[in-house]
Design a binder for this molecule. Structure first.
Ligand code: AKG
Ligand code: FE2
Length: 506
């Protein structure tokens, strides 16, 4: 899978949203207006760096002593090496260090290194710091940091408070993801397997849609541990976190063993929680039985949680059904260059160094202008289709519950065969004892769908030959006219359209 490498982007001092970092004198109230009326003033009074140049009174940074030589980014990096006691005490030495040492990103790391990390049930106290230190809400320290000017310290606050509405309303009509009540398999296979779409009615009969909400799940599964990124938390603890956190990138519950943990039946028949929609037709990875890679997840998260840009694993396609809440999706076809997303040369790593909020602030406007951009909101009771290889970023517009499943429709057999064959080091989700996923898939297809396998392999061979021809043209071994005599050369292009594999040198 192309996993996003969620490193934080060093904040750009000059590109603070709406000029928050620019040289304008601001009162507290003006501060609020400058970064969008929905962003409250920082509770400690920390201000963007630009405000410093017109502020009267002492700049808190001057009390840092020798540490003044360090830029804010470096100071924060240094603090990452400190343990909880030192970090807490250092925070009481001056206002600037208080504002720095209280940063909840630092305390999240401390939490993850502490013995609390292994606990499934504990009391979440609103911040990572309060949770680690066992503070109650009324023990919140309030030190006025009104003379602390720092984009590094202010920007995470902006990012965790931006209004999502301004990015998700006014979707240009040409970008809008198509919406249907339902679709037949014939239509899907013939016209829609290469494009995202939303179905508005097909999951409405699911018992999961009809009866699940957070309260109900809490009643039934309060002590069940679910995976949320790096931790396994009881549902009670996760719900406490979900209803009271201010993280820029909230911890996302993403559990692939949910069916076993919740003792759910899935599929057609009595007493099942949900079944896969008919319109997608057969899932060819079902042929792998227990040897198929991880393929279904329960997803729960608060407003602003979500998934940064990625492609789904092993060139699979997916559906994502919203049970409660609403999700904003922004998507691009496989060969698109997505603004703010950097892919390593061998396509194995995606560095989307930004949180969802940072990406929205910095790149959304540019991305939306691209002709390949597709956007849509999937509401509760709706399901969205993600075609193989499509880039997507997803953000929860409100706290929500979703179910997702990855699968291989017949129309994408060649994409999956190519991925398993040509990128074995990027294949993910198979159990360790499955040493040759490509061979396994081919064997099973040969038994069940020999004609389809032959088609898939022919498509693969044709793609390979095409790549070779393009390469020969580029290195001058042949010309476009020789390659395609019917087509007079009007200039060579490397854009091969939607659904195309990355343009690789053979
Ligand atoms: O609901 C979401 O956050 C999207 C999940 C997703 O893209 C995935 O499971 O691959
Ligand atoms: Fe995905």
């Amino acid at each position: 899978m192309l996993l996003p490498n969620n490193q934080r982007h060093p904040p750009k001092l000059s590109s603070d949203p709406n000029g928050a970092g620019s040289c304008r004198q601001m009162t507290d109230d003006q501060d609020v207006l400058s970064i969008g009326s929905s962003i409250p003033t920082h509770p400690l009074g920390i201000k963007p760096l630009g405000n410093k140049y017109f502020a009267s009174g002492k700049d808190a940074r001057r009390s840092l002593g020798t540490l003044q030589v360090l830029p804010d980014e470096m100071l924060m990096q240094l603090l990452e090496y400190l343990g909880q006691r030192t970090l807490r005490l250092l925070g009481y030495s001056c206002r600037f260090l208080f504002a720095s040492c209280i940063s909840d990103d630092l305390w999240k790391s401390i939490f993850l290194e502490s013995e609390l990390r292994c606990k499934s049930s504990f009391e979440w106290r609103g911040t990572w710091r309060a949770t680690v230190l066992g503070f109650s809400a009324d023990q919140k320290i309030q030190i006025d940091c009104g003379n602390v000017f720092s984009d590094v310290l202010h920007r995470p606050f902006v990012c965790s408070h931006i209004s999502l509405g301004r990015y998700t309303i006014n979707i240009p009509a040409v970008n809008a993801i198509s919406r249907f009540e339902d679709l037949t398999y014939q239509d899907f296979a013939a016209k829609w397997s290469n494009k995202p779409f939303i179905l508005t009615e097909c999951i409405k009969p699911w018992p999961a849609y009809q009866s699940w909400d957070t309260q109900k799940l809490l009643k039934l599964y309060s002590n069940v541990s679910f995976r949320a990124e790096a931790v396994d938390w009881s549902f009670t603890t996760y719900c406490q976190y979900m209803s009271d956190n201010h993280d820029e990138s909230p911890l996302y519950l993403f559990d692939r063993k949910f069916a076993e943990k919740m003792k759910l039946n899935i599929g057609n028949g009595e007493g099942t929680a949900y079944w896969k929609p008919e319109c997608f037709g057969p899932d060819l990875f079902q042929l792998l039985g227990d040897e198929r890679p991880a393929h279904r997840w329960l997803i729960i998260g608060p407003e602003r949680s979500g998934s940064t840009f990625h492609k789904d694993p092993n060139a699979t396609s997916a559906w994502n059904a919203v049970i409660r809440g609403a999700k904003y999706w922004i998507m691009f076809p496989p060969s698109a260059l997505v603004p703010g997303v950097y892919v390593s040369k061998d396509n194995s790593e995606v560095t989307s160094p930004l949180s969802i909020a940072e990406w929205l602030l910095e790149f959304h406007a540019e991305a939306r202008q691209l002709p390949e951009c597709r956007e849509g909101i999937c509401q509760a009771g709706e399901i969205l289709y993600v075609p193989s290889g499509w880039w997507h970023l997803v953000v929860n517009l409100e706290a929500g519950i979703a179910l997702t499943q990855n699968f291989v429709p017949k129309s994408h057999i060649a994409d999956v065969l190519a991925f398993l064959k040509d990128r074995p080091e990027q294949v993910t989700g198979f159990k360790k004892d499955v040493t040759d996923p490509y061979g396994l898939f081919v064997d099973r297809l040969r038994e069940e769908y020999p004609g389809l396998l032959e088609d898939g392999l022919n498509q693969l061979a044709e793609r390979q030959a095409q790549k070779k021809r393009r390469w020969d043209i580029v290195v001058g071994k042949t010309t476009v006219e020789e390659d395609q005599p019917q087509k007079k050369s009007t200039g060579f292009s490397f854009g091969f359209g939607f659904g195309d594999d990355e343009d690789e040198i053979p």
